[in-house]
Design a protein around this ligand. Structure first.
Ligand code: NAP
Length: 267
């Protein structure tokens, strides 16, 4: 039996790493859980453990989020199950290395998971939560959304998509009782690198955060009402300055004439 009225958190990519840690922390807060990923064995083991330890209801939904039919099932659950109050849109894969050496088919599959599925689930949740006047969406992006020069361009672009998507959804749903957050982790100790044939050992330890610290900070950011959370950023005013610079561009981003420096004569 549920021990709270927080509702159910649907966590994608809950079988390992960041998603499994969210599941643990949300169960401890008293959320019931719906855990989504491909590895049903790992999901069931985690579900059993969390239900037993935390006294919450934990269900498992096996889905390959690169498969359209599976995405539709999760999407339908978000739209129809009124107990769902939180989506942690987390499942994702990383690149195998630099773009020039990566496999184009692998990168396309990455877009299916990191962009197409994330978008479908975020849209379904945003529409359902806005209609109910209640709910929260946590989209897991990455700091590489801001530094595409230092990482595989396709992966960075998927994460920039997640960031923009979150900001756009926030603009439309903030007045409708929907809380939205983009989490931008830096390097975090999970299986993501090993799955792609890489290792976190390749990076200086001072750049790699433990997954529990990352998720605890991200949840604190959610509690504080942050739209964009960068767990490792020491001074949040740096993010405020970035947004101010972005907004300063706004009045000039769409005008009827090209800028003078392009030498395009009027008429
Ligand atoms: P992880 O430990 O490899 O976990 C990835 C999760 O996604 C697993 O639960 C995996 O479960 C699931 N998944 C993978 N392919 C899937 C598919 N086709 N369908 C459904 N689920 C799938 O990696 P992680 O670091 O926790 O990654 C979680 C998110 O954080 C990703 O979006 C990643 O881009 C982002 N992120 C990670 C870091 C980092 O340094 N670790 C930094 C920034 C952002 P199954 O294999 O059971 O399906």
């Amino acid at each position: 039996m549920s021990r709270s009225n927080l509702g159910t958190a649907l966590v994608t990519g809950a079988s390992s790493g960041i998603g499994a840690t969210y599941a643990d922390r949300l169960a401890k807060r008293g959320y019931d859980l719906l855990l989504v990923a491909r590895d049903a064995g790992r999901l069931s083991a985690l579900a059993e453990k969390l239900a037993k330890e935390q006294g919450v209801q934990v269900n498992v939904l096996r889905a390959d989020l690169t498969e359209k039919a599976d995405v539709r099932v999760v999407e339908q659950r978000l739209r129809e199950d009124e107990t769902i109050t939180l989506l942690v849109n987390n499942a994702g894969v990383g690149p195998k290395g630099k773009l020039l050496a990566d496999d184009a088919d692998y990168l396309e599959k990455m877009i299916e998971l990191n962009v197409v599925a994330v978008n479908r689930l975020a849209v379904a949740a945003a529409q359902a939560f806005a209609a109910r006047g209640r709910g929260a969406i946590v989209n897991i992006a990455s700091v590489v959304a801001f530094i595409p020069e230092q990482f595989n361009g396709t992966y960075s672009a998927t994460k920039a998509f997640v960031l923009n998507l979150t900001q756009g959804i926030h603009a439309e749903t903030a007045e409708k009782g929907v809380k939205v957050q983009a989490v931008l982790p830096g390097l975090t100790r999970t299986e993501i690198f090993e799955r792609a044939g890489l290792s976190t050992d390749a990076f200086p330890p001072s750049m790699v955060m433990d997954v529990t610290d990352m998720v605890d900070a991200a949840l604190a950011g959610l509690d504080q009402g942050e739209l964009v959370t960068i767990p490792s950023l020491p001074d949040d005013q740096d993010l405020v300055a970035l947004n101010a610079a972005r907004m300063a561009l706004r009045p000039n981003l769409s005008r009827d004439k090209p800028a003078v420096r392009y030498g395009v004569a009027a008429g």
